[in-house]
Design a protein around this ligand. Structure first.
Ligand code: SAJ
Length: 454
């Protein structure tokens, strides 16, 4: 009876501190997920202690700067000034918190298996520092079972009982970098608690700063929601990438087909082919599920096939470049090629896992002299050396043998590229509506209808 009373007290006390905003919130990992979340908690009135292992990150945040494109420095500066947000590399500061959200990377190892080192490090830090009665929520995208098999044992190892002395949940991050409409606050938040009390506290906390809660019955359900979302995208992107190859072989323009299919008002969702998929989510997350299912002797064929097709797209683009140069009696070897756009998707500054890096590597392996231009990225660090971006001018364009559009940033003047480059290989269909002037244009599949590649 006494334990129940104590547990009830812990839950009630934390609920009250959430409601009156006196709870101190910890966020482990101040990246593109953790920083926007920390800002939302602070804007809701909580004192937020952001913990990150990077001294560079915590120092710049405390100077009121931002390293995340979607988080304005002015917002950081104001919250730091008001004492609502502080960033630290001192793990011990987490002992002051009543609730902790963990938003650390979950990359893949070289053998394409989950690299849980960041999650384990964060779980161990939280375990060392948490006080009795604390709520700990894992946000990192991971395989189903991680919360119960990795986070929970670490925390209960301190002698805590989940649902009484410690509260544990999983809530997937749904950040879409660069999305002008959906941000942390207005994107519905899925939450799965290890016990009903864990779910109640986690939803109460997030409801203070996120508009819509989506409670589910377990952390495993919440972990799988995220993996379904990203596997859905990977599989559908792979399907339209294969459709691009199909259309090319049939002499049909894939974007014309997709645009027409997208007029179906029900039962269809538009995806567009491209040079492959990048980012730290779609190329990686489905492999967390594939890995987990392999341990249960089940082969997730859709995930594996989608990954196979998506990862072959950079080579398909390079094959298009070679074929287009060949039509001008040029070889890739010795050609001067400008890769236009290296971020993994348009209008952002993130180059992680970008297919542009594969396109550049493959072209250079065939002897091309490759430069790049990206309005958001001035240099790319690869294998220890830094490659600086080139200016996009009529002179640099005229000197190329081909321009390969890999990322379709909206700020680029593509008509100027059309007016000065001799050849464009457009992997994003961004030249479709331009006035045809100097450049010959090749796309991933055949030109529209009766058009010929000029
Ligand atoms: N891509 C295509 N064709 C498409 C859509 C995307 O080739 O039709 C490519 C993009 O160019 C990019 C990659 O796929 O290289 C991933 O694109 P993305 O739009 O999924 O962008 P991410 O990975 O930054 O963000 C996604 C979120 N995006 C959307 O829901 C629109 C979402 O899936 C997750 O919230 C997020 O990953 C995450 O963190 O998991």
């Amino acid at each position: 009876m006494a334990a129940d009373a104590a547990a009830g007290r812990s839950r009630q006390q934390l609920l009250a501190r959430i409601q009156d905003r006196s709870a101190i919130i910890g966020v482990i990992g101040l990246g593109y997920v953790g920083l926007p979340l920390a800002v939302e908690f602070a804007k809701a009135g909580f004192h937020v202690i952001g913990y990150d292992v990077s001294e560079r990150v915590t120092a710049l945040l405390m100077r009121g700067e931002s390293h995340i494109q979607d988080v304005p420095a002015s917002e950081i500066a104001a919250l730091v000034r008001e004492g609502l947000f502080e960033a630290t590399t001192d793990e011990a500061r987490l002992s002051e918190t009543d609730a902790i959200s963990i938003a650390v990377p979950t990359p893949l190892s070289k053998t394409r298996d989950p690299d849980m080192s960041y999650v384990i490090a964060a779980a161990e830090a939280a375990t060392r520092q948490v006080r009795r009665g604390t709520l700990v929520v894992l946000e990192s995208t991971t395989y189903p079972g991680t919360t119960r098999e990795v986070l929970l044992p670490a925390l209960t190892g301190r002698g805590y009982t989940v649902g009484e002395d410690i509260f544990v949940a999983f809530s997937p991050e749904r950040v879409d970098p660069g999305n002008p409409v959906y941000h942390t606050k207005n994107t519905p938040k899925v939450v799965g608690g290890v016990t009903p009390a864990c779910l109640e506290l986690a939803t109460a906390l997030y409801a203070t700063c996120i508009d819509q809660m989506v409670p589910v019955s377990s952390p495993e359900a919440a972990e799988l929601v995220k993996l379904l979302e990203n596997t859905f995208r990977s599989v559908n992107i792979a399907m339209v990438n294969e459709m691009a190859i199909v259309c090319d072989k049939l002499g049909v323009n894939v974007w014309e087909v997709i645009d027409a299919a997208a007029t179906k008002p029900f039962g269809f969702m538009k995806f567009t082919p491209g040079p492959g998929i990048g980012g730290h989510c779609i190329p990686l997350d489905p492999h967390y599920l594939a890995w987990k299912m392999r341990t249960l002797n089940y082969k997730t064929r859709f995930i594996d096939l989608a990954s196979e097709i998506n990862s072959q797209m950079p080579a398909y683009v390079v094959e298009k470049v070679a074929h287009a140069l060949n039509a001008e009696r040029k070889a890739v070897n010795g050609s001067r090629i400008l890769v236009l756009g290296v971020a993994y998707k348009r209008d952002i500054d993130d180059v992680r896992e970008s297919p542009a890096l594969d396109v550049i590597r493959l072209l250079e392996e065939q002897g091309a002299t490759v430069s790049f231009h990206d309005p958001y990225i001035t240099s790319v660090r690869e294998d220890g050396h830094v490659r600086k971006g080139a200016a996009l001018t009529s002179e640099t364009l005229a000197k190329t043998d081909a321009v390969v559009i890999v990322t379709d940033h909206r700020s680029v003047d593509y008509q100027m590229v059309m007016d000065h480059a001799p050849l464009i290989v457009d992997s994003r269909n961004v030249t479709a509506d331009l006035v045809r002037t100097k450049a010959r244009v090749v796309t991933l599949s055949a030109a529209r209808g009766s058009e010929t590649d000029s």
